[in-house]
Design a protein around this ligand. Structure first.
Ligand SMILES: Cc1cc2nc3c(=O)[nH]c(=O)nc-3n(C[C@H](O)[C@H](O)[C@H](O)COP(=O)(O)OP(=O)(O)OC[C@H]3O[C@@H](n4cnc5c(N)ncnc54)[C@H](O)[C@@H]3O)c2cc1C
Length: 374
């Protein structure tokens, strides 16, 4: 039977789009090659992170997406925590960059506030006090648990009559049809490929796809050692993160900060490490990450990357109540200066790529796409 839309890929990109289109009355079918989704959407921090997006249009989109996440959570009973975030500073140059960023954000008072070291420790006694100068707080961040969210969303969609066909590897897409490896044909007016970082295998002709680079990230899950676990209260990160997110790029002192960090953190700089920490409903911490670019990255987890992440973590967080329980690699594709790409491939065929902030932007982008498709 022909449907309005066939979506390839049951990660957050495919599922948020399926949710939005189905809510508007479209008939949608989702095809997923795995028995469950195992891509970036289940390997991330679960951070819905508006503060990492540049002021203006991208921040607005991230905030809209956050609003929809909360609506969807209410409707589906997904676990979501309105936790906010703290960006900790242990160096004067880090405080300087944060102050410059907040000055630029002056017109948008919701972006953040600088607080003292004493106030940081009052909010989170597990933050390390030695050398702490203060932090930028932000109230807009959410935490979801990627391990359960995608599965729960898939179940909620199935209950709403959106079929998700697992174990269905799509081998080819053409206008009006997605053809599975077993030859089964799935016909629709619109075919949308949400299969990153492997979309190019299906749609190599998509605009700009050849410019994409794969990025591998080393991640860890730290489990609490006892049932009375230390509570983090917010997402946490520190100075190294300032060199990573686009929102800080217009800060005049950023170049000086990068030079400073390259000297202070040589191994972390080599592996593109900045450390983020999120805490989920079972008390466990998701900690990462490193950034290794290119198709020829190693399939093996490297001990040096892990020890460099833990070294940077040790500057700002007392993790004595936790132990490393799991390690994994997550992969996304990147494209310089882009936050997402909605790419026409052929008549009625598109590819959607959410790059490195898809948990944040997914529902906002899905809404934009649904508006465009009408
Ligand atoms: C380590 C890591 C941490 C991150 N942390 C955050 C964060 O905290 N906050 C944030 O906003 N973003 C974060 N991101 C980014 C975010 O996770 C991604 O942008 C998002 O998950 C991408 O979703 P997706 O559905 O496009 O991809 P995926 O989740 O990878 O889903 C693609 C799906 O397509 C399927 N597929 C592929 N090819 C085929 C085929 N031929 N036929 C059928 N199915 C196919 C795959 O099996 C897969 O399930 C992180 C990413 C990583 C890797």
């Amino acid at each position: 039977m022909k449907s309005d839309v066939v979506i390839v890929g049951a990660g957050i990109a495919g599922l948020s789009l399926a949710w939005t289109l189905a809510s508007r009355g479209k008939s949608v079918v989702v095809l997923e090659r795995g028995a469950i989704a195992k891509g970036a959407s289940v390997r991330n921090f679960g951070m819905v992170w508006p503060v990492g997006h540049p002021l203006g249009e991208m921040r607005k989109l991230a905030l809209r997406s956050r609003e929809i996440w909360l609506d969807v959570a209410r409707e589906t009973e997904l676990w979501v925590r309105e936790c906010g975030a703290m960006t900790l500073a242990y160096e004067e140059i880090e405080i300087q960059v944060l102050a410059e960023f907040l000055e630029q954000a002056d017109q948008d008072p919701g972006v953040g506030t600088l607080i003292s070291a004493g106030e940081v420790l009052r909010r989170n006694p597990h933050v390390k006090s030695k050398g702490l100068l203060g932090a930028m707080t932000s109230e807009t961040e959410l935490c979801v648990d990627p391990r359960v969210t995608v599965g729960q969303l898939a179940s909620a969609l199935a209950k709403r009559g959106v079929p998700i066909h697992f174990n269905t590897l799509v081998g080819r897409v053409e206008p009006g049809v997605a053809i599975a490896a077993d030859g089964q044909r799935w016909e629709a007016d619109q075919i949308i490929v949400c299969a990153t970082p492997d979309s190019h295998q299906l749609v190599p002709e998509a605009n700009g796809l050849e410019k994409l680079r794969r990025c591998d990230l080393h991640m860890m899950r730290l489990a609490p050692k006892s049932s009375l676990w230390p509570v983090m209260s917010t997402h946490l990160c520190a100075g190294l993160t300032l060199g990573h997110y686009a929102n800080f790029r217009s800060c005049p002192s950023l170049d000086a900060l990068k030079v400073f960090h390259a000297e202070k953190w040589p191994s972390q700089t080599k592996y593109g490490i900045h450390v983020l920490v999120s805490q989920h409903g079972d008390g466990s911490l998701t900690v990462g990450d490193s950034h290794t670019y290119g198709d020829d990255s190693s399939p093996y987890l490297q001990a040096e990357i892990e020890s460099s992440i833990l070294e940077a973590l040790d500057e700002f967080l007392d993790t004595s109540g936790f132990e490393v329980r799991e390690r994994w690699i997550g992969t996304y594709s990147t494209s310089p200066g882009q936050f997402y790409a909605w790419m026409p491939v052929a008549e009625g065929v598109h590819a959607l790529n959410l790059f490195g902030t898809g948990m944040t932007l997914s529902f906002g982008v899905a809404e934009r796409i649904a508006d465009e498709l009408g």
